[in-house]
Design a binder for this molecule. Structure first.
Ligand code: AMP
Length: 249
C-alpha cells in the first residue's frame, strides 16, 4: 500500500523560542529549523512498514515556504521514496493543511496517512483529526503501536487511563505519539541517495484549496518570569504562608 507522511518544518526543539518584539509571533529568522519530532516518528513508522513489506511507496509532504524542501530531503534520507512540497509563504492553519492533504490523498490514492499528533510550534493537535473528518476515514490517534491485522491496522493508543487498542479499516489516518518508535538517523550514503529522489512542487491553487487564514492571533507573549522560592523555618510558618500569602488553603 501507498503511504503519505506529512512533515512540518518547525523551530528545532533544542532552540529556546523568543517572542518577537511586536508580539505578533515567535522569531524564526536565523533560527535552526527541523522536522517536527512527531513527524520523524511518522517517517520512521512508514519506513518500518515498508521494511516489513506492508508499505510499497512512501510520499513525504510538506506545506510551507520553499525551505520546507530541507525537511522533505530529511524524510527521503530516512527512507521515503519521493516528496511533494506544497509551496506557500503565508500562515497555514490546520484546516488549510488538512484540506491540502485531502486534495493530495485524492490525487495519490494512499491507503494510510501517518500524521504527527501535534506540531511543536503551534501545538494545535488538529490536522490529523481534521483530515480524517474531511475524508470520512477511520482514525487511530496518539498511536504507540501499529500492527497489520485482519486486512486493516491494529493501533494501540495512549489514553489517560492506560492503553486502548482499536482495529481500523483501511484507508485510515494514524497520528503518532512519542513512544511509537525511536527514529533512525539518516546515514551519509542515504543522505547522498536522497539528493537524487524527486520532489514535486505544487501551489495550494493547483490543488484547488483556499488557504486564507480564519483565525486571528491577538497577541503572543513570553510566559511570566517565575518568582524565586522562599525557605520557611517551620511547618507552622509554611501553613501560615500558604493560608495568608498564597491563599491556597
Ligand atoms: P498540528 O495539528 O498543527 O498540531 O499538526 C499535527 C501534524 O499535522 C504535524 O505533526 C504534521 O504531521 C501535520 N502538519 C501540520 N502542519 C503541516 C505542514 N505545514 N506541513 C506538513 N505537515 C503538517
Amino acid at each position: 500500500m501507498k503511504l503519505l507522511v506529512p512533515v512540518k518544518r518547525v523551530v528545532d526543539y533544542n532552540v529556546k523560542v523568543r517572542v518577537k518584539a511586536d508580539g505578533t509571533g515567535v522569531e524564526t529568522a536565523n533560527v535552526k529549523m527541523s522536522m517536527n519530532p512527531f513527524d520523524e516518528i511518522g517517517v520512521e513508522e512508514a519506513v518500518r512498514l515498508k521494511e516489513k513489506g506492508i508499505a510499497t511507496e512512501i510520499v513525504a509532504i510538506s506545506c510551507g515556504p520553499a525551505a520546507c524542501a530541507e525537511q522533505i530531503r530529511t524524510a527521503l534520507a530516512m527512507g521515503a521514496d519521493r516528496g511533494i512540497l506544497v509551496e506557500h509563504d503565508g500562515v497555514l492553519e490546520p484546516l488549510a493543511v488538512a484540506k491540502l492533504l485531502a486534495a493530495l490523498v485524492a490525487k495519490e490514492g494512499p491507503q494510510l496517512v501517518i500524521v504527527g499528533k501535534q506540531a511543536i510550534d503551534d501545538d494545535m493537535n488538529a490536522t490529523g483529526q481534521m483530515l480524517a473528518a474531511l475524508l470520512g476515514w477511520a482514525q487511530g490517534t496518539f498511536a504507540s503501536k501499529v500492527e497489520a491485522a485482519d486486512g486493516g491496522l491494529k493501533v494501540t493508543r495512549e489514553v489517560d487511563g492506560g492503553l486502548e487498542v482499536v482495529q481500523l479499516k483501511l484507508p485510515a489516518i494514524v497520528t503518532t505519539d512519542l513512544r511509537l518508535n525511536e527514529p533512525r538517523y539518516a546515514s551519509l550514503p542515504n543522505i547522498m541517495k536522497a539528493r537524487k529522489k524527486p520532489i514535486e512542487t505544487v501551489k495550494p491553487a493547483d490543488l484547488g484549496v483556499d488557504v486564507t487564514p480564519r483565525l486571528t492571533v491577538l497577541k503572543v507573549a513570553e510566559p511570566p518570569v517565575r518568582q524565586a522560592g522562599k525557605k520557611v523555618g517551620s511547618v507552622q510558618e509554611l501553613v501560615d504562608k500558604l493560608r495568608n500569602e498564597a491563599k491556597v488553603i
